[in-house]
Design a binder for this molecule. Structure first.
Ligand SMILES: Nc1nc2c(ncn2[C@@H]2O[C@H](COP(=O)(O)OP(=O)(O)OP(=O)(O)O)[C@@H](O)[C@H]2O)c(=O)[nH]1
Length: 318
């Protein structure tokens, strides 16, 4: 703790950090709308927006490939007509001017109808970070992780099974080389590990006063991590990635032990087949990439040393 700060919260033993209990039950989620989004990854993504019965946030799923779709989106809503179904994204195949029916009979390119899932898709459960993803912050690597997850998913769909990744070290031997045809980023509106942007900005000031990223949360009387991942699990089940629909499981992109423990759900609703580590690009490339700063080094070191993240130290990862 930095000298000068009047710091009274009980220091949390490292072993207790990230030991949040998983939800006792899965939240109920409903996909409200879906739309096709052409992306700079070189592949279209399907953007799904969800409501749920635990908070009023608009959580998202960004889906690559045609083999994953929402069950709750496709159900027929009372009183809706065909146009309303298409406007909220509940249609088969593709949209085109003049289309009048949402069903597969109304679709021009039926080869775009859902295809069977091959292998265990890459899944990233990502938490919102306005500073890192939008405001170019180098205090964290959230923006880089988000970009890298999308790039890895697109690469894993398009390339031959044995060489489906272009960035050195993005995937390690822990990753299977089987063919994939899909990927999902569940984007949770859990800014600042769940404490919100206002409080996160305060933690930046506390960090500049000398605390590390964990101590700054505790100094402001927040838990080290205020998130839970129940909504993510429920969204994955809705997307057909639950154990019943997808016994092959998913490959989860994370270094966070708490995600690994809880994204599977309280009753193993989603099978996590493998963990795929997310190695900071600066570490992979020996510092050749853009995001580098003393703050980022401190952020990563705190995750490793105090929050139990499963990442080799910089020297090993390079
Ligand atoms: N409280 C706090 N939150 C931060 C800080 N820097 C980034 N964040 C938040 O941390 C979250 C990033 O979490 P994730 O992308 O899920 O990553 P993670 O929990 O570190 O685990 P990985 O899956 O290994 O990347 C986002 O909500 C960010 O807004 C910080 O200094 N303080």
């Amino acid at each position: 703790m930095a000298p000068g700060l009047d710091y009274s919260p009980m220091v949390v033993p490292t072993k207790d950090i990230g030991q949040q209990a998983p939800n006792k039950r899965l939240p109920i989620v409903q996909c409200q709308v879906r739309a096709r989004v052409p992306t700079t990854t070189g592949s279209d993504a399907w953007m799904y927006l969800y409501s749920n019965d635990e908070d009023d946030k608009e959580h998202l799923a960004i889906v690559f490939g045609d083999s994953i779709w929402s069950r709750s989106l496709n159900s027929v809503w009372e009183g809706e007509d065909e146009t309303q179904r298409m406007v909220r994204g509940a249609y088969a195949g593709n949209l085109f001017p003049g289309r009048t029916s949402s069903g597969s009979e109304g679709c021009q390119k039926c080869d775009q109808l859902p295809v069977a899932l091959k292998g265990a898709p890459l899944v990233r459960v990502h938490s919102e970070c306005f500073t890192g993803e939008t405001a170019w912050s180098t205090r964290c690597d959230c923006g880089e992780q988000f970009d890298e997850a999308g790039r890895m998913m697109v690469a894993s769909m398009g390339a031959p099974a044995s060489s489906g990744r272009s960035s050195p070290g993005s995937l390690t031997e822990e990753t299977s080389v089987e063919e994939r045809c899909a990927g999902v980023i569940v984007y949770l509106r859990q800014e600042g590990r769940g404490i919100g942007l206002k409080e996160k900005l305060k933690t930046f000031n506390v960090q500049d006063l000398g605390c590390d990223t964990l101590e700054a949360n505790l100094y402001l009387n927040h838990p080290a991590d205020a998130r839970n991942f129940g909504v993510a699990t429920a969204i994955l089940v809705d997307l057909g990635l639950g154990s019943n629909d997808n016994p092959d499981g998913i490959c989860l992109l994370t270094n966070n032990p708490n995600k690994l423990r809880t994204v599977g759900g309280p009753a193993g609703e989603v099978k996590i087949k493998e963990r795929v580590p997310m190695v900071p690009l600066a570490w992979q490339t020996g510092g050749q990439t853009v995001i580098q700063s003393p703050e980022l080094e401190g952020y990563l070191e705190t995750k490793l040393a105090r929050m139990g993240h499963m990442l080799e130290s910089r020297s090993v990862a390079q």
